[in-house]
Design a protein around this ligand. Structure first.
Ligand code: C2O
Length: 533
């Protein structure tokens, strides 16, 4: 294994999209940012230097950070932000993961423009467990607002209302072709007969997306840096924070084929139906060749999302076994949703809030991991509820008394204990799909369903053999998902909805995993340059 050094300069740069320029925060002057390449078992050292007037942190989304929680990145959870003119060195080893992940800023809404891909190649000499591609391509999906992104969220928070939806979706930073802005959109160049490995990353702020290439099937081989049983699909469903790696065989007649991304939103509140397009172009296609069209799934195509999620299975081979916890020490039920609270200071007298088990998480002003490590009291409490205080019909009509509690509460578990969380979607304002992300672990998605989870009958149907292993999972609208993980990583680990607006409203919590008693079972000491709050 090797040590890979990177330098990330966080700068503000004037960038033009949709016929207009605005200064955005980016890494090394690039949007999307640079790709971080490494092999499994390598150590990655990234020196992040903050040259902007805003505070910064970077999160390596999906990287396990075994005993190195200091390098995880969420502001006020594992570290205080890197202030203007300051730097911080993230230092971590890539253990037991291979495939595609993403990195992104983890403070306010900065990740809208501060993000990029992470590619973890297999160890030297170890082949992929699928046919070797001729070429690899990174495809990052995102969103673009014409106005300043922090202004969008600040205004929404003051009004207590949802924020304006983005003005465009982007593929590798490009909105669809807009001839009057002399923008071509993204083009993937291919040669007939060759095979391409597409590393697809959803870096959007608030959107679950469909991804499609006209006339071509994709073979899914890995998600969230864990290999899957290969399967063919014409549509990829990908939530924000998720990654999907697929083989594309350029086996169609020479020509130009449309690449389209479109949002998935199967609720009445959906107002956003922008489609971004790019194209797949075969070498030898004449210059003005028309692009073939494709049928785009409707934005409420739950059938498509269900079929895609049902097809995902761990590879579970001899070399890559799925170590699914077969017993459970902590059985949790997390009811998640979005509601409305009275608010004296808000424009409308009320504001939208989001919660888990009625707790809207309040961000601390001292990082939780530091408070835990140095035994600083008064920063958090350990009484995060294992189940909702008052069970109700989660997916039925909302009860009147859904007043959420506020607090900085964590759920504490012993080293190496096994945890099952049934994440139950609720219908407080309107049911909505929640792509939920857990830091510090890969989990197994052992079951899911529509309606309320039934602990007697649903648990019997759990897949404890080859469930998909990932770090972010879409909880079906008005339904539930069950996940299991082993708490073998001491530290403080954030869990939240990866729709940034839901995180902002409070749909987040943290696990505190105690140190073990054996060697190599404790969190490492903090780095010397860890920022102060
Ligand atoms: Cu990708 Cu806590 O986030």
């Amino acid at each position: 294994s090797k040590i890979r050094h990177y330098k990330f300069s966080v700068v503000r740069k004037n960038t033009t999209r949709l016929c207009a320029s605005k200064p955005i925060i980016v890494v090394n002057g690039k949007f999307p940012g640079p790709t971080l390449y490494a092999r499994e078992d390598d150590t990655v050292i990234v020196r992040v230097v903050n040259h902007v007037s805003d505070n910064v942190t970077i999160h390596w989304h999906g990287v396990r950070q075994l005993r190195t929680g200091w390098s995880d990145g969420p502001a006020y959870i594992t570290q205080c932000p890197i202030q203007t003119g300051q730097s911080f060195i993230y230092n971590f080893t890539l253990t037991g993961q291979r495939g595609t992940l993403l990195w992104h800023a983890h403070i306010n809404w900065q990740r809208a423009t501060v993000h990029g891909a992470i590619v973890i190649l297999p160890k030297l000499g170890v082949p992929y467990p699928f046919s070797k591609p001729d070429k690899e391509e990174i495809i990052i999906l995102g969103e673009w607002w014409k106005s300043d992104v922090e202004a969008v969220i600040n205004q929404a928070m003051q009004a207590g209302q949802p924020p304006n939806v983005s003005d465009a979706h982007t593929i590798n930073g490009h909105p669809g072709p807009a001839p009057n802005c002399s923008s071509q959109g993204y083009t993937l160049h291919v040669e007939q007969g060759k095979t391409y490995l597409l590393r697809i990353v959803n870096a959007a702020v608030n959107e679950e997306l469909f991804f499609k290439i006209a006339g071509h099937l994709l073979t899914i081989v890995e998600v969230d840096a864990a290999y899957t049983k290969p399967f063919n699909t014409d549509t990829v469903f990908i939530g924000p924070g998720q990654t999907t790696t697929a083989l594309l065989h350029a086996d169609q007649p020479t020509g130009k084929y449309i690449i389209a991304i479109s949002p998935f939103m199967d609720t009445i509140v959906a107002t956003d139906n922008q489609i971004a397009t790019g194209s797949l172009r075969y070498t030898g296609t004449p210059a003005f060749y028309p692009t073939g069209l494709t049928a785009i799934p409707s934005k409420n195509a739950t059938r498509v999302t269900t079929a895609f999620m049902d097809s995902l299975r761990s590879l579970n081979s001899r070399d890559y076994p799925a170590n699914v916890p077969q017993t459970v020490d902590h059985s949790l039920l997390f009811a998640i949703g979005v509601g409305v609270n009275p608010c004296a200071t808000c424009v409308n007298g009320s504001r939208v809030v989001a919660d888990i088990n009625n707790v809207s998480f309040v961000m601390p002003t001292t990082a939780l991991l530091q408070a835990h490590y140095y035994n600083i009291s008064g920063v958090y409490t350990t009484d995060f509820p294992a189940t909702p205080a008052m069970p109700y019909n989660y997916t039925g009509a909302a009860p009147a008394n859904m007043q959420t509690l506020n607090g900085t509460k964590v759920y504490r578990v012993g080293y190496n204990s096994t945890v099952q969380i049934v994440i139950q979607g609720t219908s407080m304002i309107a049911p909505e799909s929640h792509p939920t992300h857990l830091h510090g672990f890969n989990f197994f998605a052992v079951g899911k369903g529509i309606g309320n989870y039934d602990p007697v009958n649903d648990a019997k149907k759990f897949n404890l053999v080859d469930p998909v292993e990932r770090n972010t999972i879409s909880v079906p609208t008005a339904g539930w998902t069950a996940i299991r993980f082993r708490a073998d990583n001491p530290g403080v680990w954030f869990m939240h909805c990866h729709l940034e607006i839901h995180t902002t409203w409070g749909l987040k919590m943290a696990f505190l995993v105690e140190n073990g008693k054996g060697p190599n079972q404790s969190i490492l000491p903090p780095p010397k340059d860890l920022p102060k709050c």
